[in-house]
Design a protein around this ligand. Structure first.
Ligand code: NDP
Ligand code: PYC
Length: 345
């Protein structure tokens, strides 16, 4: 939350997961959300911090609060869920956050996925300001395969174009496996997440080559040049750019949400949350693979390890989670003081 310098060692503090959830819940309620919305956002944000997903942990709290204060998002919105077809659920988030919309539709979505084998959830009129893996991982924990995409705000130059158009547009995937935590990956289709550029700018760090361009379209490693009039690049050139385009189509055009370039928040100073859409596809693998899917994914992991792979996507998060569960979530002491003072009002 607070600006940090790479040269100054900052005092550390630790907090239990449940206590952090409670603290964040109090902050959200104090700053204009309903208790229901606060509970969901607090759990999401604390989970990211617990797992070391720092670009979407407590770092995001000032952005949530300035957005709520600006009137850009409705923190008390009650999502409206529609049972559209045998495999389709639609939610109007009511200009609220996407995670309460997912929570409201989840039981119906799972019921449909289990009966039809596959079900789709289309969320629109929603704001997603978080990591995407918390949206998919729980499905895999109950034996389902899940894929989600969400679009964000214009800050990525499509490959071969000369100005930004796409959002950072992450894709998250989760699948059960027999003898371990689900296989989960969650990645921005930009070369780097916008949150990580902000963190690098605050720390005074330079970025690796190939992440973005300055206001003149010239390659830069200076995060401030990217944030102040510059833009990000897709990962992997034309390939990441095609995936980002797909995310715009699935998360916005297919759901009825805004494209990343379609909303204008300039009348809401302090607004930070993209007003877009989100798509989830949930599959019951037992319909196609009987009971063997989790064993098959375990076999794939075994072969990957045998081929020399040391780190699967998700491994770092799970290691950090285990450490947080053992010794508490480690935070900058100043950040924890700031959270406590925000909660106290
Ligand atoms: P990273 O590049 O840090 O990681 C992407 C994925 O690759 C993760 O699943 C990660 O696992 C895995 N991974 C990273 N390094 C390795 C490695 N060396 N070997 C194997 N696997 C690896 O994520 P991004 O910076 O692209 O995205 C960060 C977050 O930002 C995501 O949670 C994303 O959802 C969020 N985001 C949200 C947006 C929104 O609109 N809401 C927009 C853009 C991004 P692990 O987690 O274990 O490190
Ligand atoms: O880190 O790119 C990002 C991001 C955009 C919206 C939420 N996170």
């Amino acid at each position: 939350m607070s600006a940090q310098s790479p040269t100054v060692a900052t005092a550390r503090a630790s907090i239990r997961f449940a206590e952090l959830v409670e603290l964040l819940q109090q902050i959200f309620v104090r700053h204009g959300t309903s208790p229901q919305v606060a509970a969901i956002l607090a759990h999401n944000c604390a989970s990211a911090e617990r797992d070391g997903a720092h670009s979407h942990g407590i770092f995001r709290i000032p952005g949530y609060l300035s957005t709520l204060a600006s009137g850009w998002v409705n923190g008390t919105s009650v999502p409206s869920v529609t049972d559209v077809a045998s495999g389709v659920v639609r939610v109007d988030a009511g200009n609220g956050f996407a995670q309460p919309a997912l929570a409201a539709a989840r039981p119906l979505l799972v019921e449909k996925a289990r009966s039809a084998g596959i079900a789709l959830l289309a969320i629109h009129n929603s704001h997603h300001f978080a990591a995407l893996w918390p949206d998919v991982e729980p499905f895999a924990e109950e034996g389902l395969v899940a894929l989600s995409v969400v679009n964000s705000m214009t800050c990525v130059v499509p490959h071969g174009a000369d100005r930004p158009l796409f959002g950072t547009n992450p894709i998250a995937f989760a699948a059960p496996r027999a003898d371990g935590a689900p296989i989960v990956f969650d990645l921005a289709t930009s070369a780097i997440a916008h949150g990580d550029v902000q963190i690098a700018a605050r720390k005074g760090e330079r970025l690796p080559v190939g992440m973005g361009v300055d206001s003149l379209g010239q390659p830069t490693q200076d995060p401030k040049a990217i944030l102040e009039g510059g833009a990000l690049l897709p990962f992997g050139g034309h390939k990441g750019s095609a995936l980002s385009m797909m995310v715009e189509l699935l998360a916005a055009a297919l759901t009825g949400g805004n494209f990343s370039f379609e909303f204008d928040w300039t009348d809401h100073p302090g607004a930070r949350t993209p007003w877009t859409g989100q798509l989830l596809i949930v599959i019951d693998p037992s319909k196609t693979a009987g009971q063997s899917f989790a064993q098959r994914s375990q076999e794939l992991v075994r072969q990957m390890h045998a081929a020399g792979l040391r780190r699967l996507p998700g491994d770092r998060r799970h290691r950090t989670r285990a450490k947080s569960q053992e010794t508490g979530i480690e935070l900058d002491a100043q950040d924890l003081r700031e959270l406590r003072s925000l909660a106290a009002g």
